[in-house]
Design a protein around this ligand. Structure first.
Ligand code: PAZ
Length: 370
């Protein structure tokens, strides 16, 4: 099947999210305003996509991503003069709020206190930091530089990504797509998805059958939405004891994005691996397969310490953060590259280095294509 056929099949069989049209209208207005002002726009995708197991979803498959990379990158893009569309997993980390919303030392209420006059104020020890971050946030909001659009499922994400990328096409080479979301590779297609909560016991199953019988349906022969087993072969242990999830591959739509949705924009994607021996090879493979402009490789364990830029016609470029009070030795770097995490926390945010390096490549992309 051609890439276009795969796209058509996927989008015609997987329903769009409820707010797609409203989100697209917001994105269009945002892009038009910034294009008119000659400002660059970046689409940052962030966080994990869920894979629902039921249409009325109680259970879903998820992944580890909290959206740190995307939310942090969005802040640095704003600092670098970009307008940012932040397409993110609902309730994951967001720019600026991230400094207080997901702190390991407590929730955001822990940063506040009731003053003597009864009003609420920031705790004195965080007041300066909060003032500075709040002021950056207010600038982004009042100058309309940050548009946040949420998604939840893999289907929502792909619909939103296509709609917004197509709008980004009007920016030509000045549009930048920075795809940092952790996107599921597998999903349950709608025709094999249970309508209701999957039952774990015979009792639940019998109750569903009784309800179906009362409604004049026979579930034993009917392969309708009430049939929750999405696996084709006959199970060896009773249904009441097992849940077999048979997932289809999510179509690889990056080629469609690069060729069709935003053909003149700069497209950079991330490649996540856990095995250090395959990271660069997989990043290069991705670049060759999708013919885009940049793959940023990172290892799960060391992603806050080091990344590698893989781009056409250039040497691999490793970016690494400084250590607190120490220099990197050759031996340290070797261990890091093998996925060994230093004991201390990173001395700074690696996005501080990633974003200027991406911007540099974007400058070159604009020069070559405008
Ligand atoms: O959200 P986070 O900061 O915890 O993780 C970021 C990341 C590892 C998901 C991102 O850097 C990334 O590699 N995204 C692409 C993942 C993929 O290969 O699909």
């Amino acid at each position: 099947m051609s890439a276009q056929d795969q796209e058509d099949v996927y989008f015609s069989t997987n329903p769009p999210p409820r707010h797609l049209e409203a989100h697209a209208a917001q994105a269009r207005a945002f892009i038009d305003a910034h294009a008119a002002a000659g400002r660059r726009v970046v689409l940052v995708t962030s966080g994990g996509t869920t894979v629902p197991l039921e249409k009325q979803t109680v259970r879903f498959i998820d992944n580890f991503s909290a959206g740190t990379r995307g939310a942090t990158s969005a802040e640095y893009f704003l600092e670098a003069g970009y307008a940012v569309i932040f397409l993110h997993r609902e309730f994951s980390l967001t720019p600026y709020a991230r400094h207080f919303s997901h702190a390991t030392t407590g929730g955001f209420l822990d940063f506040l206190e009731v003053g003597q006059g009864g009003g609420v104020s920031a705790r004195p020890d965080v007041s300066a930091k909060m003032t500075e971050i709040l002021s950056r946030y207010h600038t982004a909001r009042t100058e309309n530089l940050l548009l946040s659009i949420p998604f939840v499922t893999i289907g929502d994400y792909l619909h939103e990504l296509r709609a917004i990328s197509r709008l980004m096409a009007s920016l030509g080479p000045r549009g930048l797509l920075y795809l940092a979301a952790a996107v599921s590779d597998f999903f349950v297609p709608p025709e094999r998805m249970a309508e209701h909560k999957i039952q774990s016991t015979d009792l639940g199953r019998r109750a569903q059958e009784a309800a179906a019988a009362a409604a004049g349906q026979d579930l034993s022969t009917d392969n309708s939405e009430e049939e929750f087993d999405n696996f084709d072969s006959s199970p060896r242990v009773p249904r009441s004891k097992r849940l077999i999830i048979d997932l289809d591959p999510v179509p690889k739509l990056l080629l469609n994005l690069v060729d069709g949705w935003a053909p003149r924009g700069m497209v950079s994607s991330f490649k996540l691996e856990t095995d250090p021996t395959i990271l660069v090879t997989k990043a290069r493979y991705s670049l060759e397969r999708y013919q885009h402009h940049l793959v940023i490789g990172n290892l799960l364990a060391t992603r806050k310490w080091e990344v590698v830029f893989v781009s056409p016609g250039r040497e691999d470029n490793w970016l690494r953060v400084k250590r607190k009070g120490k220099e990197w030795t050759e031996e340290d770097v070797k261990r890091l590259r093998q996925g060994e995490v230093p004991k201390e926390e990173p001395g700074e945010e690696i996005e501080r280095f990633i974003i200027p390096a991406v911007k540099d490549l974007h400058d070159q992309h604009i020069k070559a294509n405008e």
